[in-house]
Each structure stands twice: as structure tokens, then as C-alpha cells.
Unconditional design. Structure first.
Length: 387
């Protein structure tokens, strides 16, 4: 285990009937609130009215910034920043899933500076004094409600870039599993895939040979993500299953899983971001198409690690180390298929001829994230395994 510092300042309010607390939690940081949300689902399921009533109850002055889309756009983020500045907003509240929270974080960072927010994503500027953020989570997936990361798509350059800064942790996040009961089956599955991907990125990229505590934690989270997702898909309003999936997704990327692992990377996300940028596919759907191909490539290089994963997560114990590693990859791919998440680029209707262009785009993010071991040829090889 490597040396590490674990510090997560986000306060979590978890459970039924916690949404009405958002006004009090937010007003602690200022009366002028920018409320960021998506394309209307919170109005259909009644969440919007709960939030508005909570803010009215504490005398908050609300400026609304609706319309955040899946794979949030830089242009819309810039509009939110302008709104926050024009209305002298003191705090931002995000009501939505990872896309909404990510855009809200970018607004928090951009609202207190004069330069363009995209400079944060290209590494040209560092976050120093962002606006505080509170959130009401509506989708179990990204973990953005309890971490410091965010991802935005620059539609002008077809670049989907992300970065993290410790000052971007939400102050308070409200997690009421009942809110997620209206999420349809497809996006429930995509969210579970995203949570699994966050764990696998750390699990398979650490170079530390002895991480038994983290291994068991990560393996358990993968099992819980799959099992709770299966239960939800059988009954979409199963509160306990929704609760299990929601907390699993939060724990998958709140800093605990990576603690002690040393240097890790996000190669699967790095490649998928290009799919989202070019084709606007749902993030989880893109990940389930990339993960098996990436795993097939790396299982040949580190069969011991992949065999361990196969044994502990899927109870695959027979055959050689290489055979068990391969069967574990296919077992995970089979689960993606079971929950109706795409497992190939072909399923996403992405042509083979586009692979060089996708790889070139992904390489730009690999450079920003300092993933020097990935060149265009390697990315193309991995994408070839995803057809």
C-alpha cells in the first residue's frame, strides 16, 4: 500500500425525505442561489417543486439555469457562468445527475474568474476560489456528488475533457433514493456501468502488487453495483435496491477506492470521452462498449490480476490463469448485455473507418491527463478490440 491522504469534505444527507433540507444546507453559503438542472425531468417528477419550496422557506433568491444535457456542453456552461456573474450569485445548487453536477462545478469555478472556463480543462489555469456547491442527486452513476471531478464537452473542438480540484467538492449532497425511482431502465443500467468503470479503472491500473484492503473493497463494489442494478431492473421502484445502487455509485469514486493505490489512470474513460464527444452517446453506453475491448488487451499483459477479478467477482476458478482472466472479461461483457448496455462499437453504429479519428481525439486527452504510455497506435488497437 502506498502513502496517501484521504480528505473528503462533502456532507451527505442520505435517505427518504431529505430533499427539503436543501434550502437550509444551501443558504448557509449565501442567499443568492444559481439553481442548475437538466431538460425538465425534475419538473415532471415533482422534485423541482420540492426544491423551490425549500428555498422559498429560507428566503433564498433563486436564479435558474435549466437545460443541461447529457454530456454537458461548454457553450451552455458559459451561459451559466454569465448568469451567475450578472446576478451576483453566492452559491450554486445542482439538481440532477452527474452531467448537471459537473456543469455546476464548472460554473462554480468560472464564475469567480475573468478568463474562460475552458482554460481549467486544458491545464492552463488552476481553480483558486470557486463558488460553493450543493447538490440534489437524481441518478446513481458518476459519483460527482462526493468528489472533486468534472467533465465538459467543447462542441467547437469535439473535445470532452475532465479534471479535478479539491476545492470543487460539493459542500452538501442530498441523496434520496426515492428520487431515482423515475429513472428509466436504460439510464439506470448506464449509471451502474459508469460506477463499475470507476472501480475498474483503479483496480486494473494500479502498479502496487499488494493492496488487499482496496481489492476487496473494489470487488465488493462491483458485485454490489451489478446485483443492485439487477434488482432495480426487475422492479424500477424498489427503494432498497435503488438505495444500494445509489450509495455504491457514490462510494465508487469518492476517493476511498483509490486510497493507497499510488499512481492510477483512467484509460477507459479517456477513450470513451471521444465517443461521447463525436457521437453524443450516453456515457455509460460508451463505456460498456470500450471496457471489454480494453480488458481483452490488458488481460494478456497482466493475467494474474484479471484472473483474481474473475475468481472473486464471478467465481471463475477452473482453467489456467490466462483462461480465467479471459473468462472474467467475457463474464463482465455478458452482464453488460444482460442489462441491455452496448458491448461493441458496432452496436453503437460507430463505423470501423472512424477508429483513427477517434484515436487521434482520445490522444489529445491522454496528453492532458499525462498518460504517456498511450499513443495513437495503442488506442487504435484497443478500439479494434471493441468492434
Amino acid at each position: 500500500m502506498q502513502n496517501f491522504v484521504f480528505h473528503n469534505p462533502t456532507k451527505i444527507l442520505f435517505g427518504k425525505n431529505t430533499v427539503p433540507a436543501i434550502g437550509e444546507e444551501t443558504i448557509a453559503y449565501g442567499e443568492k442561489v444559481l439553481l442548475v438542472y437538466g431538460t425538465g425531468s425534475i419538473k415532471k417528477n415533482g422534485l423541482y417543486e420540492q426544491i423551490i419550496q425549500s428555498f422559498k422557506g429560507v428566503g433564498a433568491e433563486i436564479t435558474e439555469h435549466p437545460g443541461v444535457q447529457s454530456n454537458p456542453l461548454l457553450s451552455h456552461t458559459r451561459k451559466g457562468i454569465q448568469l451567475a456573474k450578472e446576478n451576483n450569485c453566492q452559491v450554486v445548487c445542482a439538481a440532477g445527475g452527474g452531467s448537471v453536477i459537473d456543469e455546476a462545478k464548472a460554473i462554480c469555478a468560472g464564475a469567480t474568474v475573468q478568463h474562460d472556463v475552458w482554460k481549467f480543462f486544458t491545464g492552463k489555469k488552476s481553480v483558486k476560489a470557486p463558488l460553493p456547491l450543493t447538490t440534489v442527486l437524481t441518478l446513481a452513476a458518476s459519483g460527482s456528488e462526493m468528489n472533486s471531478g468534472m467533465v465538459i464537452t467543447n462542441e467547437e473542438t469535439s473535445q470532452k475533457f475532465g479534471f479535478a480540484n479539491k476545492l470543487l467538492h460539493p459542500k452538501t449532497s442530498i441523496l434520496d433514493p426515492a428520487v431515482t425511482c423515475s429513472v428509466p431502465a436504460d439510464y439506470t443500467a448506464y449509471g451502474a456501468v459508469d460506477a463499475v468503470a470507476h472501480v475498474l479503472e483503479f483496480y486494473f491500473t494500479t502498479v502496487d502488487p499488494c493492496t488487499p484492503v482496496q481489492d476487496r473493497l473494489m470487488e465488493g463494489l462491483v458485485i454490489n453495483a451489478m446485483e443492485s442494478c439487477n434488482r432495480v431492473l426487475k422492479k424500477l421502484d424498489d427503494y432498497q435496491a435503488r438505495a444500494d445502487l445509489m450509495w455504491t455509485a457514490t462510494l465508487a469514486l469518492n476517493g476511498l477506492t483509490g486510497a493507497g493505490l499510488g499512481k492510477v489512470g483512467f484509460p477507459m474513460h479517456m477513450i470513451e470521452h471521444s465517443l461521447s464527444a463525436f457521437y453524443n452517446v450516453p456515457h455509460g453506453a460508451g463505456l460498456s462498449a470500450v471496457i471489454p475491448g480494453w480488458m481483452r488487451h490488458y488481460a494478456q499483459l497482466n493475467s494474474k490480476r484479471f484472473a483474481q477479478f474473475a475468481e472473486r467477482v464471478f467465481d471463475i476458478r477452473e482453467g489456467s490463469e490466462e483462461e480465467r482472466a479471459s473468462r472474467g472479461v467475457e463474464a463482465l461483457s455478458a452482464w453488460f448485455t444482460k442489462v441491455n448496455s452496448p458491448t461493441t462499437l458496432t452496436t453503437l453504429e460507430i463505423p470501423k473507418d472512424d477508429i483513427p479519428r477517434i484515436a487521434e481525439n482520445a490522444l489529445a486527452l491522454a496528453n492532458v491527463w499525462r498518460m504517456a504510455d498511450y499513443d495513437k497506435d495503442k488506442i487504435e488497437t484497443i478500439l479494434g478490440n471493441c468492434l
